[in-house]
Design a protein around this ligand. Structure first.
Ligand code: GAR
Length: 210
């Protein structure tokens, strides 16, 4: 946590590839509140709507399109340097649709979180909604989890069930999942920010030693 004028700030960098509705929920519910700040938004897509949302909130952005780098490791090295320069407490994947290289994961170990539209370990990877519908389940959900080197395999932080609508309409299910994501993800991040603040506080020397 960086201390500005004696006040601790919980700094978040968000990576997003697409529309950025989860980024928007984070900006609306967390940014500038309770000592939490979104300090940068990065994307692998130059035209990601998420980047526009960041600019509208006056948050700095950076783009790391695949075609500019020799391979994923090279992209993640450049992206990691940019992220590290922002000194984040947490790296948040909000619809970031690229697998991160082991180098990037190792660099920010236990500080990367992701939201996934399924009850992991069920339906990891791409098109979790399509997978759930094809499997014929009546209940799916949303998982917020830490990111490790695997595809959606890191330890879960919060999970919430979402019933599959009777119509089994993809659009209806996606709307329901998004609504839950927009509550659950900020809730999980707020909890992590709070835990960090408490840990920092308990690290402080007793009053007599200050
Ligand atoms: C979200 O539904 C998120 O759970 C999913 O991408 C969507 C991004 O929406 N992520 C994954 O499937 C990751 N495996 P958004 O751009 O509107 O936030």
């Amino acid at each position: 946590m960086r201390k500005d004028h004696g006040v601790s700030e919980f700094r978040i960098v968000v990576l997003a590839s697409g529309n950025g509705t989860n980024l928007q929920a984070i900006l609306d519910q967390l940014h500038g509140r309770d000592g939490i700040a979104v300090v940068g938004v990065g994307s692998d897509k130059r035209d990601a709507r998420a980047l526009r949302r960041a600019r509208e909130a006056e948050v700095g952005t950076a783009e790391f399109p695949s075609e500019e780098f020799a391979d994923r490791a090279a992209r993640d090295l450049a992206m990691g340097d940019w992220v590290e320069g922002l000194a984040p407490d947490l790296v948040v994947l909000a619809g970031y649709m690229q697998l991160l290289s082991p180098g990037f994961v190792g660099r920010f170990r236990d500080r990367i979180v992701n939201v996934h539209p399924a009850l992991l370990p069920a339906f990891p990877g791409l098109d979790a909604v399509g997978q759930a519908l094809a499997a014929g389940v009546d209940v799916t959900g949303v998982t917020v989890h830490y990111v490790d080197e695997g595809v959606d395999t890191g330890p879960p932080i919060l999970r919430r069930e979402v019933p599959v609508p009777a119509s089994r309409s993809r659009e209806e299910l996606e709307t329901a999942l998004h609504a839950v994501e927009h509550e659950l993800f900020p809730e999980a991040i707020r909890t992590l920010a709070g835990d960090k603040a408490r840990i920092e506080e308990s690290d402080r020397p007793p009053v007599a030693d200050r």
